[in-house]
Design a binder for this molecule. Structure first.
Ligand code: PMT
Length: 326
């Protein structure tokens, strides 16, 4: 079964998606080469160690409006959901490729921000002159930071986390293809957890004005092209055996319901995590196999992402055992 029930009839469309990505890949070739060099050995090592591997995408993409870009189309996302999810997946024993927007929240390091926010009086250069002393104002925040530092150290030592920062929508989508293809080697042991917020539109590279657009020439007209959807490519071509979890952010509950269920049927996604902009920290709805389940943030000490990841890990367990029962 294809994206709309007719994968074969869509060969032309798929070829054009690959062509667009190939064109972008040539523009971000240096960045992509680095991704390739890092991701292939990482995935091979994790598969060799018998670990489950997740790709977590996070943060918003940006699409330039100029060749030497000063202005951009940017998607909203702090990266908090993705970064927290990485930590919970790691706690479940997963190895994680974290494809995240540079400058957005980073796994573990998001807890260290307490230090950079601290007033000067809370920081002191130690007597040895080579280290800092930090006096926390908030014990709970401090405890979280200590735990994060320990866990971060452990995951670095175990080489279970590969962090790949991206900037533009071109890097994101080419990087997604690269990582997904590498993850195909993990078969059903792979999870694609796509929490990034991806630009729906872009200005084609050959139509970008080379320099900063003038602001004194009256209204500016932009012709935006739709960004090709990649969920179908992921499902049917790049990592067909992986558990595919996509996210959907909307501002209207009825629209969310319609678009989340459409992604299940149209692209063959295994689970959609739906959320509304203003309540995304309080609740999400999981759509999967014709069922819906609401997860709520009910305890101050537990982040909602812990519950989302628990549900994904349980679904992944079933996905893996269905594969071995075949
Ligand atoms: O980062 P936070 O501030 O913590 O907020 C978290 C969040 C609200 C950003 C997150 O929970 C969320 O909902 N992320 C998805 C936002 C969204 O609706 O993205 P989208 O419409 O661009 O994409 C929907 C899905 O299709 C995504 O899984 C995306 O990876 C996928 N997609 C999108 C575009 C594209 N060209 N190809 C794709 O496959």
């Amino acid at each position: 079964m294809g994206e709309c029930g007719g994968e074969e009839g869509r060969d032309g469309e798929h070829a054009s998606v690959e062509r667009v990505l190939d064109e972008w890949a040539s523009c971000v070739s240096e960045w992509l080469q680095e991704v390739r060099e890092r991701v292939l050995p990482f995935v091979q090592a994790q598969v060799g160690a018998g670990r489950r591997v997740a790709l977590v995408t996070s943060g918003g993409t940006r699409a330039p409006l100029e060749g030497n870009a000063v202005r951009f189309l940017d998607n909203f996302s702090t990266g908090q959901r993705g970064a927290a999810s990485v930590e919970y997946l790691m706690a479940h024993g997963y190895a994680v490729v974290f494809l995240y927007r540079s400058g957005s929240a980073e796994a573990y390091q998001r807890h260290f921000a307490a230090i950079t926010r601290a007033p000067a009086a809370a920081l002191q250069v130690a007597d040895d002159g080579a280290s800092l002393q930090y006096t926390p104002a908030d014990r709970k925040e401090y405890q979280r930071m200590v735990v994060a530092i320990e866990r971060y150290g452990a995951c670095v030592a175990e080489r279970r986390l590969l962090a790949l920062p991206f900037e533009t929508v071109f890097e994101y989508l080419c990087g997604l293809r690269e990582v997904a293809r590498a993850l195909a080697a993990a078969g059903r042991s792979a999870v694609l957890y796509l929490s990034a917020a991806v630009s729906d539109f872009y200005v084609p590279l050959d139509r970008l004005p080379p320099h900063k657009m003038a602001s004194d020439g009256g209204p500016v007209q932009l012709q935006l092209q739709p960004v090709p959807k990649l969920l179908g490519r992921l499902r049917h071509h790049w990592a067909p055996q992986a558990l595919l979890v996509s996210f959907k952010l909307e501002t209207d509950a009825a629209v969310l319901q319609a678009r989340a269920t459409r992604a299940l049927h149209r692209y063959g996604v295994d689970m959609v995590v739906g959320n509304l902009l203003h309540t995304r920290r309080q609740a999400v709805t999981l759509y999967s196999g014709g069922k819906q389940r609401i997860l709520e943030h009910d305890a101050e000490e537990t982040e909602l992402e812990a519950r989302i990841v628990d549900a994904v890990v349980a679904a992944h367990g079933r996905h893996v055992s269905q594969g071995s029962a075949r």
